[in-house]
Design a protein around this ligand. Structure first.
Ligand code: FES
Length: 553
């Protein structure tokens, strides 16, 4: 079999390490479409070391393309299938080492969970961020967010005004923007989930320095791929395994980095999942503790204006690490795949230059603490996750309007049934890991709330919400409605209080006894999916506070 696959002789077969190279490659998504090519460059570098590199693919799902439709239910479970694939091929084929090449949101934790499960020497190579585009009709840079803003302006009839000289029709401007906002390969350009997780994974020491900020189509990304053979040799020689790097110290560092750069709230779920897989005791309370002490310093989309490419141009994530190590926030002694510590890796890296506007100094942060707040209370005894940048305030109280799926809220919004003149807390439930199934992002509803100018509304859910969501939104409520969590006991008209200052989410006028009484009358619902991959997922998945992993029994 191995001769047929190209191995030249028995000596190579017996003595050369077999190195699996798993790309989350597929053609139909800019985040993934180049990962097969990166895998080829990586294989060449592995071959140059005299090793046997074996390329293969995992699956992948585009979070951009599935966003807001039924396909989104498959997104989170794709993370588990990626981890399963990597574990399966590595163990079945007795590979000695593993290189993983993720590119889109769920690819990132999926790959790390795969290598943490098999725990053989491994390196992660991030596919990289996308470059920004340029609009000829507007004569200015545009990015992946411009099309949705342009579509809104087109609907309102104001898009033609975007062109200064009035030379182009609204249709021409819209078409130009849609065709050129994402000019090639790479993940969504702001500090969205893929770039956030890439930053986390670099901070965990699993990549070469600079992997998370080097754009997908940059020479820096190719140079990184060309160095991977040498890196995996170091890991094999020194027997550096994923769980040697995935320590509690490394996860503490990862949490600091998430807070400093304003990483996506999805990072909470995925970092918990990676830690669970590596059998590290990390909890929601660790996020709150680190959030309380870490200044938020990155002026990056979605809350700010810059992209990962902008950060790359001023030094990239290694320069941010350098800043955080110097400030005593990151522990530079954590080890990495280079065989050196984080501090040693970034020692020769340039510091962030004077005058750049992407990363603030530690003494002049955007906010003195992190943007992620962990809330608990009689609605979420197992925890909930809120993104609080301060713009939306710290307190909200209103009457509950309950929806047993996001689609029912969307219908109510479309029919104009949500008033603008009283404080309302929209409760969207049965959208958790089991109940969704797949914990879909409440994107349509939060988009409509923003577009409709609802400043009197908060949204709470046992599902997820997108990093691009704005306003008072609390997600990841545990336990979820599908398992009889207290969120299932909320009734229309109950008063709900969200207090981000004291980290509370509660029904102040409903006693614990009353909640228990209501839950005694509650009947479990039949899962919306009863066969196939989502049904398997719904039966196996753990709660969101445990990372929604599927191998915890
Ligand atoms: Fe892949 Fe955004 S759709 S990173």
């Amino acid at each position: 079999m191995l001769y047929a696959a190209g191995v030249p002789d028995e000596e190579a077969m017996q003595k050369s390490p077999h190195v699996g190279i798993a790309s989350a490659w597929w053609e139909g998504n800019p985040c993934n479409m180049h990962l097969g090519d990166l895998g080829k460059t990586i294989k060449d570098s592995v071959d140059r070391e005299g090793f046997l590199g074996w390329r293969y693919n995992t699956i992948g799902v585009s979070d951009g393309i599935t966003m807001g439709n039924e396909g989104m239910r498959f997104s989170l479970q794709s993370r588990e299938i990626i981890a399963d694939s990597i574990e399966t091929v590595t163990c079945a084929q007795a590979h000695d080492a593993c290189i993983v090449v993720p590119g889109c949101d769920k690819n990132m934790p999926g790959c790390v969970m795969g290598i943490a499960r098999h725990n053989r020497p491994s390196v992660v190579v991030y596919g990289g961020t996308q470059r920004g585009g340029f609009s000829k009709t507007l004569q200015k840079p545009i990015d992946m967010n411009t099309p949705s803003e342009a579509r809104g302006a087109f609907t309102l009839g104001t898009l033609k005004d975007w062109s200064k000289d009035g030379k182009y029709s609204a249709e021409e401007i819209l078409s130009d923007i849609e065709k050129h906002s994402v000019p090639g390969a790479g993940a969504c350009g702001g500090m969205y989930t893929a770039n956030s997780l890439a930053t986390v994974i670099e901070t965990l020491g699993l990549t070469l320095p600079g992997s998370s900020s080097a754009p997908a189509e940059s020479p820096a990304k190719l140079r990184e791929c060309e160095r991977i053979g040498e890196t995996i040799r170091i890991c094999l020689e020194k027997n550096i395994r994923p769980r040697d790097l995935l320590t509690k110290k490394a996860f503490e560092n990862a949490l600091v980095m998430i807070m400093a750069v304003g990483g996506s709230t999805n990072s909470v779920l995925h970092v918990l999942a990676m830690a669970k897989t590596a059998e590290i005791n990390l909890t929601l309370d660790d996020f709150q503790r680190v959030s309380n002490k870490t200044p938020f310093i990155a002026n990056m989309a979605p809350s700010g204006k810059h992209t990962m490419e902008d950060l790359f141009n001023v030094g990239g994530i290694p320069s941010v690490m350098k800043l955080l190590i110097a400030g005593g926030l990151l522990d530079g002694t954590a080890m990495t795949v280079t065989g050196k510590s984080l501090a040693e890796n970034v020692e020769a890296w340039p510091s962030l230059p004077q005058g750049q506007e992407v990363i603030r100094s530690l003494s002049n942060p955007i906010k003195s603490s992190g943007h992620i707040e962990i809330l608990r209370g009689n609605i979420a005894p197992g925890g909930a996750v809120a993104k609080i940048t301060g713009k939306e305030g710290l307190h909200f109280e209103g009457k509950a309007r309950v929806f047993d799926k996001e689609e029912f809220l969307c219908t109510a919004l479309d029919k104009g049934e949500i008033p603008h003149d009283e404080n309302i807390v929209l409760v969207v439930r049965y959208e958790g890991p089991k109940g969704g199934p797949g914990m879909p992002e409440q994107l349509r509803a939060s988009g409509t709330l923003k577009g409709g100018g609802f400043t009197n509304v908060a949204l709470i859910t046992d599902g997820r919400y997108s990093g691009a969501s704005h306003g008072f939104i609390v997600g990841h409520i545990v336990p979820e409605a599908a398992v009889g969590g207290p969120i299932a006991a909320i009734r229309d008209g109950d008063i709900i209080r969200i207090d981000a200052e004291n980290n509370k989410i509660e029904m102040p006028h409903v006693s614990d006894e009353e909640i228990q009484e209501r839950l005694r009358a509650w009947k479990p619902r039949r899962l919306p999916v009863t066969r196939g991959t989502l049904a398997k997922y719904a039966h196996l998945v753990s709660n969101a506070s445990e990372g929604a992993v599927t191998d915890l029994f």
